[in-house]
Design a protein around this ligand. Structure first.
Ligand SMILES: [Zn+2]
Length: 264
């Protein structure tokens, strides 16, 4: 599932179309990703509009077009954005295609857990305005994180890190990375975390989000070699610090990997 940094990477896939007009919209009306949207209205609003700018917040992207047109895309489990050259014919899973004179901006989603949002007008749409502060923003303070963990005292910290209203954009691998780097056992209940651990969790969450955006988010290059991510996908995964076999368990409904020696 795309997390913060992957979403940022996909957002930029459409950059080649900036300041260019949409000449034609091709979409698969009736697909689940368009639920709650008037697709005819969406196509009519986008046709002839110029693509002005875009931004990503957590797992949601917002694309702005001339005429006060807002297009939101959530990638869900399997969504991807890409660019194709002019003359492109949409394939089975290419549910939304913005044709421009020299290229096509494509949103594909085989499993359709993604979602398209649409808004017309000057005011910021609610689906974009109501998002919680980004982990890398100044509003994401230690106090905010401490208060959230206190409110969820009986929740395992791994599960807490997956709550999108508190840690927007953090998904399964990032949560494991944060806990490994902060040396916290993922099964620890939030209420049992020491002040020092909360401080470490907050610092590592910010650092890992920032570095991921600078590597994966920039050009899909690898995050630092000594990170857990390079080990956690392999069945023989070992702790980069100790070389011991990682533990595996399901916590918060997600497969979790950690090192019993350095995470307490
Ligand atoms: Zn270790």
């Amino acid at each position: 599932m795309p997390e913060l940094a992957e979403v940022e990477f996909y957002r930029k896939e459409w950059d080649a179309g900036l300041r260019k007009k949409v000449t034609r919209v091709e979409l698969h009306a009736g697909k689940r990703i368009f639920r709650g949207i008037k697709v005819k209205r969406l196509a009519a609003a986008l046709e002839g509009a110029t693509y002005l700018n875009s931004e990503a917040q957590a797992k949601l992207m917002c694309f702005r077009f001339s005429g006060g047109v807002w297009l939101g895309i959530h990638l869900g489990m399997s969504g991807q954005l890409r660019m194709e050259l002019a003359g492109f014919t949409p394939e089975k899973h290419d549910h939304l295609v913005l044709q421009q004179s020299a290229r096509a901006l494509v949103f594909s989603d085989p499993r359709q857990f993604g979602r398209v949002h649409f808004h017309e007008g000057r005011d910021v749409p609610t689906w974009w305005a109501k998002l919680p502060p980004a982990v890398t923003s100044p509003e994401f303070t230690l106090e905010r994180v401490s208060a959230f963990l206190k409110r969820h005292a009986r929740l395992a910290v791994k599960a807490a890190l997956l709550v999108q209203t508190a840690f927007p954009g953090v998904g399964n691998w990032m949560a494991d990375e944060i806990l490994w780097q902060a040396r916290i056992d993922p099964r620890t209940l939030c209420g049992k975390l020491s002040k020092k651990q909360i401080q470490a969790l907050w610092e590592k969450a910010r650092e890992i989000c920032r570095v991921s955006l600078d590597t994966i988010g920039k050009d899909f290059s690898d995050p630092p070699e000594d990170w857990l991510i390079h080990q956690r996908w392999t069945s023989k995964g070992i702790c980069p610090r100790h070389g011991v076999q990682l533990k595996t368990a399901t916590i918060g409904g997600r497969t979790t990997r950690w090192c019993a020696r350095c995470q307490h």
